[in-house]
Design a protein around this ligand. Structure first.
Ligand code: AVJ
Length: 326
């Protein structure tokens, strides 16, 4: 098993951090949450009473796995974006008839190597084509040296919610192009619901989400030459009803300067850094968002309508934003 690598470098991180902090409203890319500590904290979030998405999505997968697998069909090359150590993928690997291969895509080579090694032990006959890449940007699949019938992308966890609406559209266009003819997408999409349930999910009583949010600064300190003081920022998350999204921010507790490599970034007391959006869709708003490139073929939800898993098919003759067609 060879690993294709398009890993992001420290220079990439530095320029992205600086670009984002120099915007009119300071921001940080939410993918930077996930260093080793951040990934551990996220796993803890998933087990919190208040954080319903992970367990709800898992249950939807378990309850409907036969139907999902049958829809994906014979000879699927399964591409997972942001593959973790997740149990969800095993459900698909166990059930898709005549699965042609598995392409896990992850931003962290360490994470990817580890999970591929355990998968290889448990699935000795599975052909795995791992790819280290940042899927929020353009990326190319590794060479697949065997025949397959069609591609299907698996994108769980409602990670689509991290994109703004134009970014989400652009992303779906790239995925449709990647899948091509007869391509499919199984995607987890979190649903709009009562503000109280949403806000509690991002402001848990144990404060794990707050630690997770602040850890983005520690991760940046470890990657580039910066001196963020985590004691000088506060976690703040709320549901923006009009935009239908959770917003996570870090608020500066005082006037301060932070050194990042050669640059100095100033923060006013009360000024915030946007660290994450988490959009909450209705079934209609998501179908509309995807409609340029995909047709929603099947939607599974839990009894409380908290979360959805959806099967989409690439529309033939889609035109990408750049005018390119496929
Ligand atoms: C993994 C991006 C879907 O938006 O709910 C959890 C990340 N942030 N708690 C989400 C997250 C705060 C999560 N996603």
């Amino acid at each position: 098993m060879t690993i294709k690598t398009e890993e992001i470098t420290q220079e990439d991180i530095l320029s992205e951090v600086l670009d984002n902090l120099m915007m009119p409203v300071k921001q940080l890319p939410s993918k930077l949450f996930y260093d080793e500590k951040g990934s551990r904290l996220f796993d803890k979030i998933c087990e919190l009473e208040e954080y319903y998405p992970t367990r709800t999505e898992m249950q939807i997968m378990i309850d409907n796995i036969e139907e999902m697998s049958a829809l994906l069909g014979e000879g699927t090359l399964l591409i997972e974006l942001g593959s973790g150590s997740s149990l969800k993928i095993r459900l698909l690997l166990d059930n898709i008839p005549g699965l042609a291969g598995y392409v896990p895509v992850d931003i962290s080579s360490k994470h990817l190597i580890q999970s591929c090694e355990t998968l290889k032990e448990d699935y000795p006959h599975l052909d795995i084509f791992p790819l280290v890449a940042d899927y929020t940007k353009d990326f190319e699949l590794p060479e697949i040296n065997k025949p397959f019938d069609h591609k299907a992308v698996y994108f769980p966890g409602s990670t689509i919610g991290n994109f703004t609406l134009p970014q989400a559209k652009e992303f779906l266009g790239r995925i449709a192009k990647l899948c091509g003819k007869n391509g499919g997408l199984i995607i987890g999409v979190d649903l709009k619901k009562d503000k109280k349930i949403l806000e509690e999910a991002y402001n848990d009583k144990k404060g794990i989400t707050a630690t997770f949010n602040l850890n983005i600064l520690e991760h940046i300190n470890n990657e580039v030459n910066s001196n963020f003081d985590l004691n000088k920022f506060l976690h703040f998350a709320f549901f923006n009803e009009d935009a239908s999204r959770i917003e996570m921010h870090l608020i500066s507790k005082e006037n301060q300067n932070v050194k990042i490599d050669g640059s100095i970034i100033h923060f006013e007391k009360g000024e915030n850094i946007l660290t994450e959006y988490s959009y909450k869709y209705t079934l209609e708003s998501f179908a509309k968002l995807a409609s340029d490139y995909f047709e929603v073929r099947k939607v599974w939800v839990d009894d409380d309508n908290l979360f959805s898993v959806q099967y989409l098919r690439v529309k033939p003759h889609s035109i990408l934003p750049n005018g390119e067609g496929f």
